[in-house]
Design a binder for this molecule. Structure first.
Ligand code: ADP
Ligand code: MG
Length: 349
């Protein structure tokens, strides 16, 4: 199968999301033509997934397709932008290009999420090379309404969507840092491999949130970006952070603390759970700020979009990020995101 046949079969199948009024021309010409609503700004973001860095060679292709688009849609969500379309630049090892089961599953995971978010694939590039998946996503947002990192004000509440730290718990189990009982491991792995971009919530937060970011590198790091851009400090509630993990102590115990051979499992300790919630990456939830006067509006945005929202701390006039312990003590917390060039590289999930 040649390059063009491969593109037609796997990336432009008959059941691909149909181009709509926002896409004047899709796959097949030298350019795609997009038609954002009159007067709206174009929101653009790219994310790359590299084999050996972001995933292992044996990663399930359907999950890979899902995640490659999900992490890009998550950036649109963080800006309060509505998805329009995306492009896919794909480097494929020759043996992968011949593996139709792999390509079919990859395309299925990718295009199912695209359909769900009305975000059609409109073009790209395909080349031989080490597996590398680069997606660029296009969205639209009315001028002045994009959620940015720089708008947080002292006194604003800090909110997060969904649950935090579960993807890190799955990663730790894969790396044998601790063990999770089967059902907890399943829940955590879904979070790691099939993140749900919070697009609807991002849209509902337009005009309410003062700043927002998506959590790809951990709450502390991504909130750190907001603090840096806004010139503020913040504190986070340690108890609320621990409670935000879906894999709660009840679920751990309910699943049994013993593996099938009867050996005692090394469950993650409370400190490891807190660290996962604060610094674990790959959650793809939103962290955002809003004035205290907007609490009802934030709750309503969560309800409208069926997304849990939790108030976890507040922005301060100072600098730096602090953790507030249940006994009222505050301790400094490094507001540092994972840096591919700054730290030793982590093994991929
Ligand atoms: P060009 O040579 O002009 O760059 P190509 O021959 O590479 O175009 O691609 C032919 C068409 O297929 C173009 O419309 C391009 O956008 C599209 N395309 C190429 N690779 C992909 C892909 N991986 N996913 C979706 N569309 C693709
Ligand atoms: Mg080309």
């Amino acid at each position: 199968m040649g390059e063009f046949e491969l593109i037609a079969r796997f990336f432009n199948p008959a059941d691909a999301p149909a181009p709509d009024e926002r896409v004047a021309l899709g796959i097949g010409d030298d350019c795609a033509l997009l038609h954002p609503a009159p007067g709206q700004q174009l929101a653009v973001s790219s994310d790359m997934l590299v084999e050996g860095r972001h995933f292992f060679a044996d990663a399930a292709p359907e999950n890979l397709g899902h995640k490659a688009l999900a992490v890009n849609l998550s950036d649109l969500a963080a800006c309060g932008a509505e998805p329009l379309a995306f492009t896919l630049a794909l480097a494929l090892p020759t043996e992968r290009a011949r593996d139709h089961a792999w390509l079919g599953a990859f395309s299925h995971g990718l295009l199912a999420l695209a359909r769900q978010h009305r975000c059609p694939l409109v073009g790209g590039d395909t080349t031989a090379g080490p597996l590398n998946i680069c997606i660029t996503v296009f969205g639209q947002v009315p001028p002045g309404q994009a959620l940015r990192r720089s708008g947080a004000q002292a006194g604003d509440d800090i909110w997060v969507s969904g649950t935090l730290g579960d993807a890190r718990l799955a990663l730790g189990a894969l790396r044998s840092e601790w063990a999770l009982p089967p059902a907890a491991l399943h829940t955590a792995s879904q979070r790691l491999h099939r993140p749900s971009p919070r697009v609807a919530l991002g849209l509902a937060l337009r005009g309410i949130a003062t700043a927002a970011a998506d959590i790809s590198d951990g709450l502390a790091g991504d909130l750190g970006h907001i603090l840096h851009a806004s010139g503020t400090g913040a504190w986070l509630d340690a108890q609320i952070a621990s409670d935000l993990i879906a894999i709660n102590p009840f679920l751990l115990r309910a699943n049994g603390q013993y593996d099938s051979s009867g050996a005692l499992l090394h469950l993650p300790t409370p400190a490891q759970r807190l660290h996962s919630a604060l610094s674990g990456g790959d959650d793809y939830e939103l962290v955002f700020t809003a004035p205290a006067a907007a609490r009802t509006a934030v709750q309503a945005a969560g309800q409208q979009t069926a997304t849990a929202v939790t108030r976890i701390g507040a922005i301060t006039a100072g600098s730096g990020l602090h953790l507030r312990q249940p006994d009222g003590r505050t301790t400094p917390l490094a507001a540092r995101a994972f840096d591919h060039f700054g730290h030793s590289a982590p093994p991929p999930p």
